[in-house]
Design a protein around this ligand. Structure first.
Ligand SMILES: [Zn+2]
Length: 220
């Protein structure tokens, strides 16, 4: 073997080693990135403790419906009605989403909700449970909000919607270590006639809370 060939072979080995070192380096970085992303999730949404049956359709962060401010210690779950008969959870979610577009929101309305329960009993989540929503002013910082769709002007929930409201509310109470007494109406926060039917019919509100209490008790 000529000296030249040997030199080339040596060079080849050097390049091979360098290649392996680079691959090991990249592999280590990727592994570290993976481990760090598990320990410190990039998006707060990853820390969200919402029940698994909830469909996450989180809003784009924006000052009108998802400001990204941290939610404090949760004291109450607040029930609302969407006040727009026959509309779907999806349509109400999109309304919140579009508030960030000036053409849709020239008045600068701020509104959103953590959850919307639809007419088929489905649940759409708009804001992660790590952030405030704009529904319960001046209690946005320590409450979780549930907007509820309804078929007509009375604001009464249909059976499927009602069942999901009971289930979702009980699950949230369990998550936060709260009781059925900690479920309140928007009316109880600000005096607004919301959720209409359950403000006008105190007996229906009491019954709803009792159904939530029963559901929660069954979980223990
Ligand atoms: Zn309300």
């Amino acid at each position: 073997m000529s000296g030249n060939k040997r030199k080339k072979q040596k060079e080849q080995i050097r390049w091979d080693r360098l290649g392996i070192a680079v691959l090991l380096f990249i592999g280590t970085i990727l592994l570290l990135a993976f481990l760090l992303s598990r320990i410190f999730p990039r998006d707060e949404a990853a820390n969200d403790r919402a029940p698994s049956y909830v469909e996450k359709r989180l809003l784009t962060k924006n000052e009108y419906s998802r400001p990204g401010n941290a939610l404090g210690s949760v004291k109450n779950i607040v029930i609302h009605y969407v006040a727009n008969p026959g509309t779907s959870a999806e349509a109400n979610r999109n309304y919140f989403e579009n508030l960030r577009k000036n053409a849709n929101n020239p008045q600068g309305v701020k509104a959103s909700s953590h959850f919307i329960v639809g007419l088929n009993g489905e649940v759409v989540q708009c804001v992660p449970l790590t952030e405030i929503a704009y529904a319960n002013y001046p209690r946005n910082e320590d409450t979780v909000s549930i907007e509820v769709c309804h078929p007509d002007e009375t604001g009464k929930f249909n059976d499927e919607t009602y069942r999901t409201v009971v289930k979702l509310t009980a699950d949230l109470l369990k998550i936060y270590g709260l009781t059925a007494d900690d479920v309140i109406r928007h009316y109880d926060v600000s005096g607004k006639e919301c959720p209409k039917f359950y403000v006008e019919h105190e007996d229906a509100w009491t019954a709803l809370k009792e159904d939530i209490r029963t559901e929660l008790d069954a979980k223990d």
